[in-house]
Design a protein around this ligand. Structure first.
Ligand code: PEP
Ligand code: MG
Length: 589
């Protein structure tokens, strides 16, 4: 009988990957019944003892610290834990399950410690219930040691695998080696979470927000990640593997046919030139954008320079990264966004940020830069110096998460300060530097007419704008159905910004750089709303170009008017999907 399992999640990066699973991270894992071969038994016993030693060393350390700070009575609590962990009955029983019944150490610890915990909790008293919790805690520590090793091993993968994890932080995702990772799926994560964006940057098929499923998978199981349909298929039967391979071949051929047009300009059928720029997280992606015919970089998320390192990048690190992008662009436009760092992008566990109640509303992004001026200046110096190599005005600085005019003015003043410092020190830098802002907080959209008198450009960050307008966490799969890109409130915000920019004396240019603009379905709507510049995931460029070349401005305007009239986002989505199919069936299928 087949034990195939199909799970649905959120498709965040297209393509189909088929390979063996590696379960990444131990937290919340239930251990499956899983046996080892006889030849491995001694090694498995050794692995168990190594894990036990590590756990005991941890407990001893806790005991030492507790005794020192709180006295020996409280320190003794850990002494009891230690006795339990080293108990000969417990250790003997786990060893027996590994040796005689050929269970994995994970499975053996799970069985034995669950059994003892249950015996205690069945005794019924509060005291015994607490002891049961201690045993569960011991089990989790052991499992973390046994399974958690895999976290370090991720960087040492030697064969191509599918990564399955409860969660992948942006830095873990950024460090996935493309040679060894075919695709990934996570239990948590939302459609525009940073992990999802990185999957797109790495061009790895990915599905997030699958919900609990890791307990039903073993390391080494064959898994399909279908990043087009948002499916994870564990232990697929042969016919399903063949069907998905076929579908992938067709979609590759379709994509290749669209890519042929890479040198064609993104001009609508009635002659309107649309600026089609790329979003990048790493300098190496500039090439991906140019290969696909991008006009330049519309969003360089520089915070990714920080991910996966323990020390802050120096001015030279920043400078080298920017020079690389600027050199590759050969004079084309390059919008460098200053650090958009915060606890929402960097896990608190790496110590860079303290745990805060609501990181999305906390000290992130430009707020952090303005509090930590020295770091901000370091980055600005590097940008201004690197931009000296580019034609004046082609490199632009963009500030993220601006929520008030005051904030924009402050940021602008810091740029002026840095220019003065460079001038004084005789360091060459770019003086002609347009300064713009992301519109990703509702207050910025509402006051766009005020901002338009001071900024050189706007870039609408729909990922955050949706999150803050609809009060829906962009990374939380529990509310992903409420994260509605086509919501009337979002359409109205975009229209407000375009109108304010158009009415301004300076005709401030407006780009859309959130994920909305990478989805071909929304493109006619955006153009109909007056958008003429989009900055997108590199992979989506050929599709978007194909749609642009088949559109006309009057048709786009009709589509925008009708969408605004529809009111409900679900209706908007269906309508736009239907229109896309009519305009460009090869993309809208
Ligand atoms: C956005 O919020 O839409 C955006 C482009 O920025 P990020 O996804 O990096 O927050
Ligand atoms: Mg944002």
């Amino acid at each position: 009988m087949s034990n195939m399992l199909v799970k649905r999640g959120i498709a965040v990066s297209p393509g189909v990957a088929i390979g063996r699973a590696v379960l990444f991270g131990a937290e919340n894992f239930k251990v499956q019944r899983h046996y080892t071969s006889k030849a491995e038994i001694d090694a498995e016993i050794g692995r168990f003892h190594a894990a036990l030693d590590a756990v005991c060393a941890d407990i001893e350390e806790n005991q030492r610290v507790a005794t020192e700070r709180l006295g020996s009575d409280l320190g003794a609590i850990f002494g009891a834990h230690l006795l339990m962990a080293r108990s000969p009955e417990l250790v003997g029983e786990i060893e027996r399950l590994i040796r005689v019944e050929t269970n994995t150490p994970e499975r053996a610890c799970d069985i034995v410690l669950n059994k003892y915990a249950k015996l205690f909790s069945d005794l019924g008293s509060r005291y015994h219930a607490e002891r049961a919790q201690d045993i569960y805690d011991l089990k989790n520590r052991l499992l973390r040691q046994l399974l958690g090793k895999r976290r370090q091993e991720l960087s040492d993968l030697a064969e191509s695998v599918i990564i399955l994890a409860h969660n992948l932080t942006p830095s873990e995702t950024a460090n996935l080696k493309k040679e060894f990772v075919l695709g990934f799926a996570t239990e948590v994560g939302g459609p525009t979470s940073h992990t999802a964006i990185l999957a797109g940057a790495l061009e790895l098929p990915a599905v997030v927000g699958v919900g609990d499923f890791l307990s039903e998978v073993n390391n080494g199981d064959i898994v399909i990640i279908d990043g087009d349909r948002g499916e994870v298929i564990v232990n697929p039967v042969e016919s399903v593997i063949a069907e998905r391979r076929e579908a992938q071949k067709k979609s590759d051929a379709n994509y290749a046919a669209l890519e042929v047009d890479r040198t064609a300009e993104p001009i609508t059928a009635d002659g309107e030139r649309i600026q089609l720029l790329g979003n990048i997280e790493f300098p190496t992606e500039t090439e991906h954008c140019l290969e696909r015919g991008a006009d330049g970089i519309g969003l360089y998320r520089t915070e990714f320079l920080y991910l996966g390192r323990d020390v802050e990048p120096t001015e030279e690190d920043h400078y080298q990264a920017y020079c690389r992008v600027i050199d590759d662009l050969g004079g084309r436009e390059c919008v460098i966004r200053t650090l958009d760092l915060g606890a929402d992008k960097v896990p608190t566990s790496n110590g860079m940020f303290a745990e805060v109640p609501n990181p999305a509303l906390g000290l992130r992004s430009i707020r952090l830069s303005l509090q930590y001026i020295e770091g901000f200046k370091t980055q600005l110096r590097a940008i201004l110096r690197a931009a000296a190599k580019a034609p004046p005005g082609s490199v632009k600085i963009m500030f993220p998460l601006i929520s008030s005019l005051y904030e924009f003015r402050q940021a602008k003043m810091v740029v002026r300060d840095v220019m003065d410092d460079l001038e004084e020190a005789g360091v060459p830098f770019q003086r002609e530097m347009p300064l713009g802002m992301m519109v990703e907080v509702p207050s910025a959209a509402i006051l766009a007419d005020h901002f338009a008198t001071e900024v050189d450009f706007f870039s609408i960050g729909t990922n955050d704008l949706i999150q803050y307008t609809l009060a829906v966490d962009r990374g939380d799969p529990a509310v992903s159905s409420l994260y509605r890109t086509g919501d009337p409130a979002i359409l109205r915000m975009i229209r407000m910004v375009v109108d304010a920019a158009e009415k301004s004396d300076r005709k401030v240019p407006v780009t859309v750089c959130g994920q909305m603009s990478s989805d071909p379905k929304f493109l006619p709507l955006l153009i109909g709303l007056g958008i003429r510049r989009i900055s997108v995931t590199p992979h989506s460029i050929p599709e978007l170009k194909a749609v642009i070349r088949r559109l006309t401005i009057p048709k786009s305007k009709d589509i925008a008017t009708h969408s605004e009239w529809l009111g409900l986002s679900r209706g908007v989505d269906n309508y736009l999907q239907g229109e896309l199919f009519k305009i460009c069936p090869q993309v809208g299928h």
